[in-house]
Design a binder for this molecule. Structure first.
Ligand SMILES: [Zn+2]
Length: 487
């Protein structure tokens, strides 16, 4: 498991002490989503579970983009006593990054990360690496300011605020808004009372979101997109795909639909489309359908071409994994590329090796399959890992053994999870899977620990409290006021 650190933080407003995960290595190949979090400054942000006050912890991290061969070190002011200690801290992080990368991929640039003292500057650098211009950045900042202002304003001020800033509303803005909602919802779900203060009022943010969707053209379009795509996803057939494509409000929606409906687009699908084109008397509709057909074909070709490129890249990754000393480390370092396509390439190679009767290759590929399995499980919540193992067991005896060894996990939430999975499988017409899940659930009931006389003990806190590397003093007050305690 990649190292995961927790810092203990004290809230300056209400004094609550709580633990929060700390990220030290942000690798875009492991998790491409870190890029967006850098842009929005949402790295090592903590929100107090009892009062909702929060902010950035301002602790060091390294941002790594292996493709661009860039390592950026964030070493904020006020961290470490003196230059020697700061250098030591930088060295620790650099080593940690190095350790996460397979031997043969370690390169010179990793030893000399560019260093940044402020979050603002590291954000600017990442934007520059991503080809985002100064204007984009300014606009994004204005959007962020407007968003904060809008959320904290009184509802009767909303119409005037919106009228003055309508030009700032675009997809990026709604993305920001949705991200804010997620962060607040997550902070609320992670325990404690719902926030009533500054950052944490989910109800208000949701209301603001709905208001902006209802009262702007772009909001309407995005809502329409969601509606059209969801309607197809709920009932994916050729007919519903065709209806969704015709109703799509913009090119992005078409992209999403073609991507997810690719397997439905066979000869008969296009025949239906042509039939619709020929059947209509309305010249405007005819033109729309004709244009639509061309668009769909173009998007489809582009997607197929891109997916061939991906398949090639995954085949190369498989080669690397077969040739490295430490396939597990290599796999972890390429986490985001271990996708369905990779699994497909691996399976095809295995089948081919079996057909050739090539024992050596079969063994090597099976080793990679085991690594893939391990890395996949490392990144799943424990309930899913357990359910997955139970599903893969080849006999009831094996199921019993797994259950016996995991008794502690057989809590109500695990049973809820199994029930949900069972219902979903049944809904998708996978009766066999659903029956197997029901059977497993019945067996698991026998092993579930009996509820004890409700021990009103302390609420459990996330466990492994490994401290981040050498916090310089006992306590550090960050710019946002949050206090990082040593333990
Ligand atoms: Zn608090």
């Amino acid at each position: 498991m990649p190292p995961r650190y927790f810092a203990t933080v004290a809230c300056p407003v209400c004094g609550t002490r709580f633990q929060t995960p700390v990220e030290q290595i942000l690798d875009v190949r492991v998790n491409p989503e870190v890029k967006n979090r850098i842009f929005s400054g949402a790295v090592n942000v903590a929100i107090c579970p009892s009062c909702g006050n929060g902010g950035a912890l301002n602790i060091p991290f390294i941002y790594h983009d292996p493709e661009k061969e860039k390592a950026l070190l964030f070493l904020p002011f006020g961290i470490g006593n003196g230059e020697v200690e700061r250098q030591k801290l930088a060295g620790q992080l650099t080593r940690q990054l190095m350790d996460s990368i397979p031997q043969e991929e370690r390169k010179g640039y990793l030893f000399q990360p560019e260093t940044f003292l402020t979050m603002e500057n590291i954000v600017k650098r990442v934007l520059e690496l991503e080809g985002v211009t100064e204007e984009d950045l300014e606009r994004s900042q204005k959007q962020r300011q407007f968003l904060d202002k809008f959320i904290s304003a009184l509802e009767e001020e909303w119409p005037a605020l919106l009228a003055d800033n309508e030009a700032l509303l675009d997809e990026n803005f709604f993305g920001m808004l949705q991200y804010t909602m997620q962060v607040i919802a997550m902070a609320g779900a992670s325990g404690g009372a719902s926030g009533g203060a500054s950052g944490g009022d989910f109800g208000k943010v949701e209301k603001a979101y709905n208001y902006l969707v209802d009262n702007t053209a772009i909001g309407q379009r995005l809502a329409k997109r969601t509606e059209v795509v969801r309607k197809f996803a709920d009932d994916p057939t050729q007919a519903s795909l065709l209806e969704a494509l015709i109703a799509a409000p913009d090119e992005e929606t078409l992209q999403v639909l073609v991507q997810s409906g690719l397997s439905l687009m066979d000869y008969s699908f296009f025949q239906q489309l042509v039939y619709r084109m020929e059947a209509t008397e309305d010249p405007q509709e005819k033109a729309h359908l004709t244009h639509l057909r061309r668009q769909i074909l173009e998007i489809r070709d582009a997607i197929m071409e891109a997916s061939e490129d991906v398949a090639r890249a995954r085949a190369e990754l498989l080669e690397k994994l077969l040739n490295t000393e430490d396939p597990l480390k290599m796999a972890r370092s390429y986490l985001s590329e271990l996708d369905d396509t990779f699994a497909f390439v691996l399976r095809s190679e295995l089948t081919a090796a079996r057909n050739r009767g090539d024992k050596h290759s079969i063994e090597a590929l099976q080793r990679i399959a085991a690594v893939l399995n391990q890395v996949t499980e490392e990144n799943m919540p424990p309930e899913i890992v357990l359910a997955r193992r139970l599903m893969m067991a080849t006999s009831d005896e094996q199921v019993h053994t797994i259950l016996k060894n995991n008794q502690k996990m057989l809590q109500p939430q695990f049973f809820q999870f199994l029930e949900g999975l069972e219902a979903a499988s049944r809904e998708q017409g996978e009766a066999k899977t659903a029956d197997q899940l029901a059977h497993i659930r019945a067996l698991a009931q026998q092993y579930a620990p009996q509820p004890e006389a409700a021990p009103e003990a302390e609420p459990s806190t996330p466990q492994p409290p490994t401290p981040p590397p050498a916090p310089p003093e006992d306590e550090t007050r960050t710019a946002s006021g949050l206090i990082i305690a040593k333990r």
